[in-house]
Design a binder for this molecule. Structure first.
Ligand code: SF4
Ligand code: SF4
Length: 88
């Protein structure tokens, strides 16, 4: 996989939501400090409208609040590794 170099900000973290487990309860939507999670308008095979987090502006901080609050353990958080000389 190749990564685009045209992103505005480097990705600090991202989340993966397993729509097979997500029940669309909205807890993660209400509790994300960055307000980047929403409920999809497309129903999943589970029959629920799952949460989604496209995060085009790379706002996810990797705080893990969404993953810890999810009653269905549907969210996994991936944090980017620190890169030398990245402070600014
Ligand atoms: S890890 Fe934190 S910032 Fe990222 S989506 Fe979850 S709650 Fe939001
Ligand atoms: S808290 Fe979990 S089950 Fe609820 S909408 Fe978010 S990912 Fe889905």
């Amino acid at each position: 996989m190749s990564e685009s170099k045209t992103q505005k900000k480097p990705k600090r973290a991202r989340i993966a939501i397993d729509e097979h487990f997500c029940k669309g309860c909205g807890l993660c939507v209400d509790n994300c400090p960055q307000h980047i999670i929403s409920i999809s308008g497309t129903v999943a095979t589970s029959g629920y409208y799952p949460a989604q987090c496209p995060d085009p502006e790379n706002k996810c901080t990797g705080c893990t609040l969404c993953a810890r609050i999810c009653p269905d353990v549907a969210i996994e958080v991936f944090k980017a590794k620190k890169v030398d000389g990245g402070a600014h």
